[in-house]
Design a protein around this ligand. Structure first.
Ligand code: PMP
Length: 353
């Protein structure tokens, strides 16, 4: 039968998001959501939103939201770009900073699986750098590729391994190419490169409201960089969708980012639970990578990754399994609330027994 789809639409392998099954209630530890509610100030901003203004398009400048982010991050408003989730910003980075037929984008073989999808979608060459045996990234090898630029998730996903700022800064300083740092999980590490943005014009840091701000359902992310890089993102955005961040989202996220104290407390609880879960998994026979994120990447000594995933699912606990080279033995487990983690550990104890 004749297909009316473009070759791209027929042939591209899209990103697969974590499942959201509706057949029963699950302990959902498969998409790295925050177990705690958004800040009361964010929730109040949502409830108090003047819905009669929904007749109008959202603010184009996003002044309120960008000013709030700039305040929290210690930069100027001109350094801030906002998008519909950090996924959208990462997508825009490909046309904004890489040329078709150019030297391409360098990133790790085991990292956020949206990067190769964006590369393919925008026709940008991929320069894939294998992680070391212990799943750490050798930044020297990344730089040696002489790609048009590099993308590093820090902490990395799905491994959770983090690169300290003292190691990241020389990499940025020595590079004459763009360095895009995806700091989706930085709220659980605390080594953000945002303070370096004023110093290095080749650095763009991407962050999200989905993880550290407990607002995955709002779909908002932001980038911090020199205005010359922000202009590239704006030009590409305006070739696609001028209003990616809706009015309610702008108000809620502005309130959230102004409540740093609340989030510091909640995220410290996630980090404490991460430590407890790590030790408990080791006691159950798992090897666990040293995580700086809100998830753990764990492999059992005698059960396959697929088995752990399936047996947990049958017991009402969802985790993420990637049937991919190098990592099929692992499951990625989101750090939940104390109660959720106890349910996970009870299910695992049952499985291991
Ligand atoms: N970067 C990484 C490394 C992620 O794991 C995710 C979440 N899937 C994102 C970016 C995107 O998050 P969001 O679009 O919700 O901001």
């Amino acid at each position: 039968m004749k297909s009316y789809l473009s070759r791209l639409a027929r042939e591209i392998a899209p990103y697969t998001a974590g499942e959201q099954p509706a057949d029963r209630r699950y302990v959902k530890l498969n998409t790295n959501e925050n177990p705690y509610p958004p800040s009361p100030r964010a929730l109040a901003a949502y409830r108090e939103y003047d819905v009669s203004s929904l007749r109008l398009y959202p603010s184009l400048s996003m002044h309120g939201l960008r000013a709030a982010i700039a305040g929290a991050e210690g930069v100027d408003e001109e350094n801030v770009f906002c998008g519909n989730g950090s996924d959208e910003i990462l997508a825009l980075c490909f046309p904004a900073f890489f040329d078709r037929g150019g030297a391409g984008a360098a990133f790790a073989d085991v990292t956020y699986s949206f990067y190769p999808v964006f590369s393919d979608f925008f026709g940008i060459a991929k320069q894939i750098v294998p992680l070391e045996e212990d799943f750490t990234l050798d930044l020297g090898k990344l730089g040696a590729r002489r790609a048009q630029g590099a993308i590093v998730a820090n902490p990395n996903a799905p491994t959770g391994i983090g690169i300290p700022l003292a190691e990241m800064e020389p990499f940025i300083a020595q590079s004459d190419r763009i360095v895009i740092l995806d700091e989706a999980y930085m709220p659980f590490f605390g080594e953000s490169a945002v303070p370096l943005v004023k110093k290095y014009k080749n650095l763009l840091v991407v962050k999200t409201f989905s993880k550290g701000y407990s607002l995955a359902g709002m779909r908002c992310g932001y980038a911090i960089a020199d205005p010359s890089l922000i202009a590239g993102l704006e030009r590409c955005r305006d070739c696609f969708n001028s209003y990616p961040v809706d009015s309610v989202c702008q108000a809620v996220c502005a309130a959230a980012v102004a409540d740093g104290e609340y989030y510091a407390q909640q995220n410290a609880l996630v980090v404490a639970e991460r430590g407890r879960l790590f030790s408990a998994l080791v006691r159950l026979g798992f090897s666990v990578l040293p995580s700086k994120a809100n998830f753990l990447f764990a492999r059992h000594g005698s059960l396959s990754g697929r088995e752990v995933y399936e047996k947990l699912r049958a017991r009402g606990v969802l985790v993420r399994h990637f049937a991919k080279p190098r990592i099929e033995a692992f499951c990625r487990i989101t750090v939940g609330s104390r109660e959720e983690n106890d349910l996970l550990l009870a299910a695992l104890a049952d499985i291991v027994r």
